[in-house]
Design a protein around this ligand. Structure first.
Ligand SMILES: [Zn+2]
Length: 298
């Protein structure tokens, strides 16, 4: 059989291989990358090392061709202590190896490369590497089994993140990607400005998107200031706060590390009358592209 040609197919294929070998979650990307590529390719990944002692600040992960040895080396920032982030970084670099190594000898990836894409091409390949990583680490069928019949909460997503060895944010994004529920994730700074947001398909249809740089809704800011909205709290929010006509269920976690507020907002009561039928959906799609993807750094 020929090699898969898309990030999704590669991710599914390697996840399957991992499971068929009788191995459980989380996928040990280090083991998989070294073993699989050495059996399959003449220019395998020969080594995976921590580059933190070499002072490569700001680079989460790298994939570099070693011409003399005829192989590739993945390196990562071992100083990063956020659960799940290193594993996602390694999967991301493995994605570059499988999908992009014929086009370049050197990939340097970090937060900046993820969110402020320098060019359409680098945006494309970074997105592809993230899509691959998400399919490898969080296979959809398994994810669906884990959450079946349960209310989606940060606690449940946290359980899934622990299972897959991924960050809470990457796990929430994966759920939003396949869910039929109208829901969105919003990451805001401590000064109430929205850093980025991501909507499920159903949430896009009711136009829930929030642009980077927008402020949080006034009612949310007031609740935060008055101490009524705190870490771990879930509450019902009236129409007019997160959506003009739909009531919402809002949950908040506060990430100490970045002083960020991460909101999970669900619209379980949004009815078809909230769905506007106009051409704006395309525009929203384009705008949301910027914040899309599995940014493992948050
Ligand atoms: Zn990358």
């Amino acid at each position: 059989m020929s090699d898969p040609s898309t990030p999704v197919r590669w991710g599914i294929e390697l996840a399957k291989l991992w499971r068929c070998a009788g191995l459980g979650f989380p996928v040990d990307v280090k083991l998989l990358a070294l073993d699989y590529t050495s059996k399959k390719f003449s220019d395998p990944i020969g080594e995976i090392i921590d580059h933190a002692p070499h002072g490569l600040d700001g680079i989460d992960g790298m994939l570099v061709r070693r011409k003399k040895r005829g192989d590739w080396c993945i390196s990562y920032d071992g100083n990063i202590t956020i659960p799940g982030r290193v594993n996602f970084t390694l999967a991301h670099e493995l994605g570059h190896y499988l999908l992009h190594r014929t086009s370049r000898d050197d990939f340097r990836c970090g937060q900046e490369q993820m969110m402020d894409y320098e060019s359409v091409e680098s945006k494309r390949i970074e997105n592809q590497a993230n899509v691959f990583a998400s399919y490898l680490l969080m296979p959809r069928t398994d994810f669906e089994e884990q959450i079946q019949g349960q209310q989606i909460t940060f606690d449940l997503l946290g359980d899934c993140a622990a299972r897959y060895g991924t960050s809470l944010t990457a796990t929430a994004l994966k759920w939003l990607e396949f869910t039929e529920d109208a829901a969105m994730l919003i990451v805001a700074d401590a000064d109430d400005f929205i850093h980025w947001s991501y909507c499920s398909q159903a949430a896009k249809r009711i136009h829930c998107y929030r642009a980077p740089g927008e402020e949080l809704p006034d009612a949310v800011k007031t609740s935060l200031r008055d101490g009524k909205l705190i870490h771990g709290l879930t509450r019902r929010v009236a129409p007019g706060v997160w959506h003009a006509t739909a009531e919402a269920i809002e949950s908040l976690v506060i990430s100490d590390q970045f002083e960020q507020r991460i909101f999970l907002v669900k619209f379980p009561y949004a009815s078809s009358r909230d769905y506007e039928k106009d051409d704006e959906v395309d525009a929203f799609d384009v705008l949301s592209e910027r914040a899309k993807g599995f940014n493992w750094t948050k």
